[in-house]
Design a protein around this ligand. Sequence first.
Ligand code: AMP
Ligand code: MG
Length: 364
Amino acid sequence: MLDAIYDNIVQAQESICIDVHDSLEYIHSGYHKMTLYCLGIEGTAHSFGAGIVTSEGEVLSNEWDMLKPAQGGIHPREASRHHSELGPKIIKDAVQKAGIDFQEINLIAFSRGPGLGPCLRTTATIARTLSLKLKIPLVDVNHCVAHIEIGCLESNFDDPVTVYVSGGNTQVIAFAGGRFRTFGETLDIAIGNMLDVLGRELGMDFPGGPIIEKQARNGKEYHNLPYSVKGMDLSYSGMLTAAKKLYSEGVSIPDICYSVQETSFGMLAEVAERAIAHTKKKELLLTGGVARNTRLTEILSGVARRHEAMFHRVSPSLAGDQGAMIAWNGILQYNAGHQIKVENSHVLPKWRTDDQDILWRQQN
Ligand code: AMP
Ligand code: MG
């Protein structure tokens, strides 16, 4: 498999004749004070993405593809095969769409974790190969931190409380003491995972989240579901079981979807509201794939309004898992003096958001 990836990448390189010495000179000459081009590679779960972002924060390209299993959930081995098969083409397309050549890329950033081990390893292998081949620095990015920073880039927010909701994560995060601290998170399954599994049970295609949103608009009657907030943490597995039970009792799909959305989003709003009230931060950011949901956006913008905080929902193309966020975080880290040697770049499937010193932000 590695040979196949390598061959693909080498072919792409050979067609544009890289001069490694030029690219090294470019980086070390101080010329980099002008514009840096970072290729960001994302592949923590079922999506593989590649994006090019400049040091000025311009997103030049953002190509991606998501594995959509015909039934059931994501199998890590199948997802990693998807990444190794499609990865080289997605990267080539990203470079081409950015209107640059491979030799103009100054650094490679990759999602080092958290995520599914096989997917992370495939992604890291592609990133390492490119870094070695192009002789340019490699930067290891925390996937969750990248979701926050791309949101800050887009919104111009300095220091938000972030609600990060996706297929694999549900966290309420804020910066304190040099790190992004997780103020609250799911104790079991992520909200996106809950929606996707429920969607399957209700006979929907994958991913279920957007279909549930559409169905919920026609819901008329609210049915009680477990509202499970424990301190600042949340739990969604009981809601999933209870929603399945409603279905087996003949409750209509729109009513189930409506009840699930109102309850699960209400729980998030409570935790976000307490985080805002406690930290007194004046910005609320909504990011991750579930941020595409209009009802969740409405509810959280209401929370922000009540606390006189600004609100931003990351735009759909930057909300889910994609390479541009990894590229932008790569730029931030690199400019703060951080890069990683290939031999130290083993993946971190359980890398927590609060496990990284955030060197590029001022301590608060
Ligand atoms: P990510 O893991 O960040 O790529 O996001 C993927 C997750 O976002 C999946 O669980 C989707 O079901 C979910 N998602 C995407 N669009 C929506 C939506 N409109 N409403 C709710 N969930 C959504
Ligand atoms: Mg994500």
